[in-house]
Design a protein around this ligand. Structure first.
Ligand SMILES: Cc1cc2nc3c(=O)[nH]c(=O)nc-3n(C[C@H](O)[C@H](O)[C@H](O)COP(=O)(O)OP(=O)(O)OC[C@H]3O[C@@H](n4cnc5c(N)ncnc54)[C@H](O)[C@@H]3O)c2cc1C
Length: 360
């Protein structure tokens, strides 16, 4: 059996590790002791009881392979060296180092405990606030606005974004559907205006805020300014225009032959979403199986990104809108379908089962 070393135990790395567990000797390197299903981290701010369920141990993820708790310090052809000096050799190396996001949406370090504390602290601050300003009109900011008005109908929520419409990069129809619903739920939208006075974008804060010269009323400010790729420690890798790792048509960085990259950190041409990973991962599994059987990578079909930027955006448990990648231009679907696909349970039972744990 060939040895595959995967760097990063987020959505991409764990999906790939499970898919290869029966056909290769898999070693998954990850500094955190538990997986954080960050999809549910937004609602956890208004419902902290979700925290225990969205943090899932790695111990039942693989049947044959192993999860090694450690930080990769150097990745090269045929090997990964950890920060403690251990070297793990592999016939194939895959990097899936993902992206970072401000508190309290993703862990800021290897400490999952600290992530849970940050998320609880944000929930406490939100409960105490009468008015909230969310800065950022991407999917996280939009979802957060929807969760707050659904859980706390009395709070005043303002969503500010420098882009002229919500969800830049996604379809105008999806943006319009979400805009309509948020306005109907009483969220004040201030789009196309630059925010002044934001002290820090690292996490929730208090202070004065203004947009377009006008003061914004907010007891609590929550920045949601987007994900930042975390590049793997790769000798010879280069950064593409999007700040993600430059890769060739077979998702290999820097001309390396046996190293592949996927997920948020890799410049695949897709958006930085799990929806994108659901296309990258099956392609990579097929490609790696052929490579392990002796085929040259260049004789195999290259990766092609989704033709449309798809995403599922609940606004609380009942509302929301989504663009599903089922037709060339994507299919815009209703709140009811958004609820059924994600909004009701935020895929927590599915991920818990995939990690070998009970749905609850
Ligand atoms: C609040 C929130 C909600 C979201 N909801 C959705 C959603 O509903 N649908 C959707 O499609 N997308 C959603 N996204 C985007 C989604 O989370 C990302 O696309 C996804 O996390 C990318 O997965 P990944 O495996 O590439 O990276 P990550 O999930 O970021 O995982 C990367 C992993 O690599 C590890 N790592 C980093 N460096 C090293 C190293 N040197 N050595 C070893 N390990 C390392 C990290 O510890 C981490 O565990 C959401 C994002 C946020 C912030």
């Amino acid at each position: 059996m060939k040895r595959v070393v995967i760097v990063g135990g987020g959505y991409a790395g764990t999906l790939l590790a499970r898919a290869l567990d029966d056909v290769a000797e898999v070693r998954l390197v990850e500094p955190r002791d538990r997986f954080v299903h960050n999809v549910a981290a937004i609602r956890a701010i208004v419902d902290p009881s979700l925290l225990d369920r969205l943090i899932i141990p790695y111990d039942r993820l693989l049947r044959r392979g192993s999860v090694i708790q450690g930080l990769a310090a150097e990745v090269g052809e045929g090997r990964v060296t950890l920060a403690d000096g251990t070297t793990i050799e592999g016939d194939i190396v895959v990097t899936a180092t993902g992206s970072g996001y401000a508190r309290p949406f993703k862990p800021q370090s290897a400490s999952v405990q600290k992530f849970a504390e940050d998320n609880r602290a944000a929930g406490d601050a939100l409960r105490a606030a009468n008015s909230v300003a969310i800065v950022g009109g991407g999917a996280v900011g939009v979802e957060l606005a929807g969760e707050i008005v659904a859980a706390y109908p009395g709070k005043r929520v303002t969503l500010l974004a420098s882009s002229p419409s919500l969800l830049p990069g996604y379809s105008a129809g999806l943006s319009a559907a979400l805009t309509r619903q948020l306005m109907a739920q009483g969220v004040t939208l201030r789009l196309g205006t630059r925010v002044e006075g934001l002290g820090s974008a690292d996490g929730p804060l208090t202070g004065a805020l203004s947009a377009g010269g006008q003061a914004i009323e907010a007891d609590l400010i929550i920045p949601a300014l987007g994900a930042r790729p975390v590049l793997p420690p790769l000798a010879g890798g280069s950064v593409g225009a999007s700040g993600r790792l430059a890769v060739d048509r077979w998702l290999r960085p820097g001309g390396l032959r046996g190293v592949f990259a996927l997920g948020d950190a890799a410049g695949t041409g897709d958006m930085m979403t799990i929806v994108a990973i659901t296309r990258q991962e099956p392609w990579l599994v097929k490609t790696l199986k052929a490579v392990m059987a002796g085929r040259a990578v260049e004789t195999l079909a290259p990766y092609t990104p989704w033709p449309v930027a798809a995403i599922i955006v609940p606004l609380g448990p009942k509302a929301g809108a989504s663009l599903l990648p089922v037709t060339r231009n994507g299919l815009l679907v209703s709140p009811a379908i958004t609820r059924a696909v994600k909004g009701r349970d935020l895929l927590i039972p599915r991920y818990r089962k995939e990690f070998g744990y009970g749905a609850t």
